[in-house]
Design a protein around this ligand. Sequence first.
Ligand code: AMP
Length: 449
Amino acid sequence: MQFSDFGLDNSLMNTVAHLGFSEPTQIQQQAIPAAMAGHDLIASSKTGSGKTLAFIIPALQRLSKNRALSKRDPRVVILTPTRELAKQVFSQLRLFTSNTQFKAVLILGGENFNDQVKVLEKDPHFIVATPGRLADHLTQGHFYLNGLELLILDEADRMLDLGFSKELGQINKAADHRKRQTLLFSATLDHAQVNEFATELLRKPKRIAIEAGHTEHVDIAKRFYLADNLTQKEALLHHFLATEKSQQIIIFTATRSDTDRLAKLLTDTDLNAVALSGELNQGQRNQIMDSFAKGKHKILVTTDLASRGLDLINVSHVINFDMPKHTEEFVHRIGRTGRAGTKGDAISLVGPNDWLSFKNVEAFLQQKIIFTKVEGIKVKFKGLKPKKSKVVKAKSNTVKSKRPADTRPRKVIKKTFLDIEDAGAMKIIKRKKPLTPQQIESDTKKEQD
Ligand code: AMP
């Protein structure tokens, strides 16, 4: 299949050709025609599979073919969980809009609010945003969504995991009309909240599942190394940095302080490393990402902050200095290499603190992992044995009460459908009748507020 088979608008085809793409990727082959036919979509696809263009292309096609529903309201809103991913999407979108009449803006949390108000006053056609900040502007009436034609949720699973369901609900409600089309992308479709959400937001969606999260990324060679402790992890890291044939490298650590410490350790040995720690302000983060993307640094040390969305073609190696806490993050981290058909290496260090996360990743990948060894680095750690649950002998642990047994008849409180015990506030809500889903939702909202 070729891009020319989609019957795209000429200017769109020119941009695709200019980018050097002739064959659509798998997700593009399925999502572009379905979205162009006006269907709502719920689609899963692995990271780096070309999903951004799978929604940008039909969005632009729709805008160039259809008349706007409103002169002032944005026509397309694209929401992403992180600022990094939003910037990535925005830069791909700009490649398509820069020579057109369509205005695209980027609205991110952590950036100047008033500047964004001015940008929104210019009535952009496209908004790429993180949900929290966009919902703030919506609440304050800086734009309206009555004329929205296309709502695109990128990495919806992650947005929900980050607790954006309220904001997504608000944005959805503000654009609640029959002409709206919704495209939902998620790393996995096997996510209860995503499915629940899809039922609420999407109308008769087409389901597209290209490759599940655990599918092997053939272009990324994964290696795992055991380590006794931090010192040994550092020795392994130095070994890789000295021996691997690499271009750019991203090193993932568990915490922000580890990020800074490790980057310092590397720069002290004259390596060109930079840390992307969460404590930096947005401007500083942008600066670091830009200079890394331009190849000014060889090594980027980061937490999961950079695990999604970054499209860095020159990253040959991802090193998990610490294993990720959330299993799916592993797929996103290693997806920073092996982009757009290039080959990549993913090296993971597994110490005693990483063991549980490692076992989860092993189960997720559905394969028995064999550890690789480095000559000269003697590792004693061989993994943790699963904990046996302690069988407590009732007799030896029972303290006999001196008080005579209470034999009075007891009033039985019937177990209700929902007993919420808020231990902090010592608040107990007991209900006589089972709750309706609406009541549950309203209670949950109150708890959150
Ligand atoms: P994404 O999964 O959207 O982050 O895209 C990953 C990378 O694939 C980006 O660098 C895109 O520019 C590139 N890409 C997207 N579509 C194609 C295509 N049809 N052929 C080759 N590369 C593509």
